[in-house]
Each structure stands twice: as C-alpha cells, then as structure tokens.
Design a protein around this ligand. Structure first.
Ligand SMILES: Cc1cc2nc3c(=O)[nH]c(=O)nc-3n(C[C@H](O)[C@H](O)[C@H](O)COP(=O)(O)OP(=O)(O)OC[C@H]3O[C@@H](n4cnc5c(N)ncnc54)[C@H](O)[C@@H]3O)c2cc1C
Length: 436
C-alpha cells in the first residue's frame, strides 16, 4: 500500500511530535520550519553557560506532554521544584507560602478563616468536575466558591501560576480548576539543560522514524486540488515557489499562521481574528551566586508576579551559579511591564542581586499561549478542532487546538490526536504502534 504523504508546517514541539508519531505509524512525512532552528517557543539559549528558556518553562508531570514524550521513549530529566524557600509576595514583603498543613498553620498571608476556607477548597479540588465549569469565568467561580477576599486572592495567585493566565474575567474556570488539579496532583518538572533538550529528542525520534525535516524553509500557502472551499489538499507551496505534493497537511503554527497559509478562507480568518493570546513579560538572570541561597521562589498574591530559581531544581547554570526566571502574567487591561517592575520582585526575594548578575535578558511581551480558553467560547472544548472540518486532508496542531490541556500539553495532545485520526482513517499499516 502507498504510504500516506504528510506535510507538516512548523517545527516546534507540536509539529515535531506530529512528525515523529506519523512517521512511526508508517506515513511519509516531510516537515518545514521557517526558522534556522527547530523548537519555536521551546527554544533554549546558551548565554555565558546559563541555559535560558524563553521565559520560565515547567512540564506538568501529569499532563499530555509527559504521556506523549513517554510514548516516544523520551524521558525528560530534571527536578521537581518547591521544597523549601518558597514564599508568597504581598505588599512588598515575603510570607511563608502555604504548601501543606504546617506552612498553612504558620503563614500570615491568610487569616485563620481564610486558611480554613483554603483547606476546604483544596480538599475537594481533586473531585471537582472541571468540564462542568467550562462556561463559568474564573472570577465568577472564585467569587461564588470562596467567601473571603484573602482566600480568593491566594487561589487567584495559584491559578495564575498553574495556567499562566491573569485575565480571570475572561478565562474559563475549567482551565483554572483543571490546571490546579494537575499542579497539585503531580507538580511540575524543570528540565535539565532547558526545553531545547526535548526539541532535540523529538527531532531525533522523527528522523529515526524516517521523517524528512527541513529548517530555513518558509511555507507560503496550502495548495488544493480545487480552489473552492471544501476541496481536498494537494500539498504546500514553499517560499521558493516549488510545490510539495501531499495527501495530508498538518499546520503546526498559530491561528494567524494557519489563516495566512489558506488565504481567502473566511472561517480560518475569523478564528484568527477572535483568538486572544495569553501574554507575559519575562526577565531571565544568570548569576554568579545568590545573595540569599535559601530564597528560591516567590509568588505574587496582590499582583501577577512570579520569580523562581530554576537552577535549584534543574541543571541550568554553571557550577556555583544560579539561573532565575522572573515573570509578570499579563492579561485584560494589563498589557505590559517594565524591566524595573520585574527587578523590584528580585529586590524583595534576593536583595543585593544586582552585584552578581553575569547574564540578563528582558522580554516585555512574550506569547505564552496562542489562545486564552474563555468562558464565553466554552473553555477547552470550545477551542478549534485538530481536523479542519471544512477542508479535506487539513489538520492543525498547537497550544490553541483541541479539548485537552493548556500550553505545551495542548500542543502534544493535539499532535497525538492528529496521529490517531490519520493512522486510523487513512488505514496506514503501522510500522510501530503509536505510543509504543
Ligand atoms: C514565557 C513562556 C513561558 C511558557 N511556559 C510554559 C510552561 O511552563 N509549560 C508549558 O507547558 N508551556 C509553556 N509555554 C508554552 C510553550 O512554550 C508552547 O505552548 C509550546 O512551545 C508551543 O509549541 P508549538 O509547536 O505548538 O508552537 P511553536 O513553538 O510556536 O512552534 C510553531 C512553529 O511553526 C513555525 N511556522 C509557523 N508558520 C510557518 C510557515 N509558514 N512556514 C514554516 N514554519 C512556520 C514557527 O517558526 C514555529 O517554529 C511557555 C511559553 C512562553 C512564551
């Protein structure tokens, strides 16, 4: 039987995963990435020996990324953060971060009534049906579920750190609850060497399975057998004008990229124009040493800030040094941050830090997630489906696609769902089972 020819556009985590799974399943896969390197937003820069991810990156240990990577034989190495040295940041001061019964008793970030309310919420959280809250906003959920302002502020902070979203008026409570469930059940992993190690492993798996992977190759558009909507895809037109013939096309960029690749498609253009992204400001610091080695994490309770010494859990800094991520979650009317605002967080966590800076990188706006799943659009299930329903042979993959997970988990889950759909519907004879 002739192998299904699949062309993938985009060599981030989603595109590489789709390529690896489909090539393993017997498809003839070619992937095009316009940048010089694979990885997209999962890139890691080496600055003076410090491994800078593009802002703070953590893998949810119970999420789709770990499941799919495991299925491909990739076992991310690293460390689990959050032992000692974790603080809540409020009114410019550090407070004990409630993480268990003892810290909950001793912290002064909550009143006694607030502590009891928090304990009740967390005890019932694993049994909450997140899907039932898809059309409820996070703000509405916090307001109706919690009676105390201090508890709401604290749970709001936990929600920000587990979802990366600060716009609680828009965000579906399904996202808030499911991300809290993931974070509390199995925590996260900071990856040794940074997320580019995941990219390298996926690239290797895809090549081993026979996929052809090209960098520095921008795809211009999808081409069709018929020009009208409803037609079946014929392949891709590359920036150099050549046409790559394919039976199936998988688009693994953002909603804007997808709309640009199918010009004139009103449905895809509308989806792109309606997609509100999740944004953040990021400060990355490589330091010769920490002035307060015992202070490793701060979470803003009265503001959307985060600071974490990632090198305390994973290998990301030269011997004796420290790699710190500071971030502000953006959203709603709060659309930016100055470098000084993020530095002020470090002034509280690590007073005197400036004297020890070896490398520094500030990014005022980074696109964390292409789409904020809103209550208005029906939460996670309201996101666009992996299969483009009105175009035969056209699929998409990314952190804005499909009903499972947020952030990279959604990219992995959507790649997996495309592979499942194709390996069944195209009746490809598997060379090796997907996920084996
Ligand atoms: C600050 C920050 C913090 C984050 N923290 C976390 C975290 O803690 N946990 C987590 O799970 N996720 C996190 N993420 C999100 C995570 O990085 C992304 O969800 C994931 O990397 C997305 O992968 P992707 O392959 O879907 O998309 P991308 O990485 O965006 O890849 C898409 C690729 O498609 C290529 N492309 C697009 N159009 C074309 C074209 N026409 N021709 C050729 N190539 C094209 C692009 O160049 C790009 O490389 C974070 C992101 C940021 C920015």
């Amino acid at each position: 039987m002739q192998a299904t020819r699949v062309a993938v556009v985009g060599g981030g985590l989603g595109g590489l995963t789709a390529a690896a799974l489909l090539a393993r399943g017997g498809c003839e896969v070619t992937l095009y990435e316009r940048a010089k390197h694979f990885g997209g937003r999962a890139q890691t820069a080496d600055v003076e020996g410090f491994r800078f991810n593009l802002g703070p990156h953590a893998l949810y240990r119970g999420g789709a990324a770990m499941r799919v990577l495991g299925g491909l034989g990739v076992k991310p190495k690293g460390g689990i953060p959050g032992g000692t040295g974790t603080y809540a940041l409020r009114a410019g001061r550090l407070h004990t971060l409630p993480r268990g019964p003892v810290s909950l008793m001793t912290t002064d970030v909550l009143t006694l009534a607030g502590k009891l309310e928090l304990a009740r919420l967390l005890a019932g959280l694993p049994r909450l049906d997140a899907g039932a809250l898809a059309r409820t906003s996070t703000r509405e959920w916090l307001d109706t579920r919690l009676s105390r302002e201090d508890t709401r502020a604290f749970v709001g902070a936990l929600t920000r750190v587990s979802s990366y979203c600060a716009d609680h008026d828009a965000m579906s409570a399904e996202v808030a609850v499911s991300q809290l469930q993931y974070a509390l059940a199995a925590n996260v992993l900071y990856v040794d060497g940074g997320w580019s190690t995941l990219v390298d492993a996926l690239e290797a798996r895809a090549r081993e399975a026979g996929a052809k992977l090209e960098t520095s190759m921008r795809v211009e558009s999808v081409v069709f057998h018929e020009p009208a909507p409803g037609a079946r895809v014929r392949g891709l037109r590359l920036a150099d004008g050549t046409v790559h013939e394919a039976d199936v096309v998988v688009l693994a960029g953002g909603p804007d990229d997808v709309a640009a690749l199918v010009p004139g498609d009103a449905v895809l253009a509308k989806e792109a124009s309606e997609a509100v992204p999740v944004m953040a400001a990021s400060l990355e610091l490589g330091m010769s040493r920490l002035p307060r080695p015992e202070a490793l994490f701060a979470l803003g309770v009265d503001g959307p800030w985060y600071a974490s010494v990632h090198s305390a859990s994973a290998r990301l800094a030269p011997e004796g040094g420290a790699m710190v991520h500071v971030m502000k979650y953006l959203g709603g009317t709060d659309t930016g941050a100055s470098e000084a605002e993020l530095e002020a967080v470090m002034d509280v966590l690590q007073p005197g830090w400036r004297a020890h800076v070896v490398a520094k990188r500030f990014r005022p706006t980074l696109r964390v997630n292409h789409l904020l799943p809103s209550a208005k659009s029906g939460g996670l299930s309201g996101r666009p489906t992996a299969r483009v329903p009105h175009v035969e042979g056209l699929y998409r993959v990314g952190d804005w696609v499909g009903p499972e997970g947020m952030l990279a988990d959604a990219s992995f889950a959507s790649a997996e769902s495309v592979a499942r759909a194709l390996l069944v519907s195209e009746q490809v004879e598997p060379r090796r089972a997907v996920g084996a």
